[in-house]
Design a protein around this ligand. Structure first.
Ligand code: NI
Length: 190
């Protein structure tokens, strides 16, 4: 186990563009990915980007089982994605609650493309090429934003829909955006 500290918003390196991975199938890359899984598991996250543990390389991981705690967050395959690119498959966007391990205890409503194709590589350098929609597509867009130094609060269009989980739970109007569901209870941090 190598659980790393997750950097929090305010840390300058979270705002940097991360570098491409140039060498695959290395012990260093395997170690990075293992540390990321350990850290994500420890923090109960559904995704993590390498810059969140202080490594500015274009590496993200994500995945979650379907969990009754997160009824609006269906299972996402456990995936390691290196040097990712995203192609949008339609102009359709959907507003939904998001959380981030680098912005602990908060949730905000962000619009994301509903249908995407993402491509990249696994740690051995094998290509990854998938079509994703809904929550799966949202997580990929959130994680890839980290690689360009973008944290989700800068994508919130209406700052009334940004707040601390505890307060959001106590304020019913906050739930309207997601059909009455509770943002803190339905949104895993990524
Ligand atoms: Ni995040």
């Amino acid at each position: 186990m190598a659980v790393k500290a997750v950097l929090k918003m305010g840390e300058k390196s979270l705002l940097e563009r991360s570098r491409e991975v140039e060498q695959f199938n290395t012990a260093e890359l395997d170690q990075l990915v293992n540390d990321m899984w350990d850290t994500m598991e420890q923090e109960n996250g559904a995704g993590l980007a390498a810059p969140q543990i202080g490594v500015n390389l274009r590496v993200v991981i994500f995945g979650c089982e379907s969990n009754p705690r997160y009824p609006e967050a269906p299972a996402v395959p456990h995936t390691i994605l290196i040097n990712p690119t995203i192609e949008t498959l339609s102009d359709a966007m959907e507003a939904g609650w998001e959380g981030c391990l680098s912005v602990p205890g908060m949730r905000g409503v962000v619009s994301r493309y509903t249908d995407i194709r993402y491509r990249g590589f696994d740690p051995q350098g094998n290509p990854v090429d998938r079509i994703a929609s809904g929550f799966h597509a949202r997580v990929v867009q959130h994680e890839c934003d980290h690689l360009d130094g973008i944290l989700y609060p800068s994508r919130i269009a209406d700052m009334r829909y940004f707040g601390f989980c505890e307060e959001l739970e106590a304020n019913e109007y906050m739930s309207v955006q997601t059909n009455g569901s509770n943002p803190a209870e339905t949104t895993p941090a990524v």
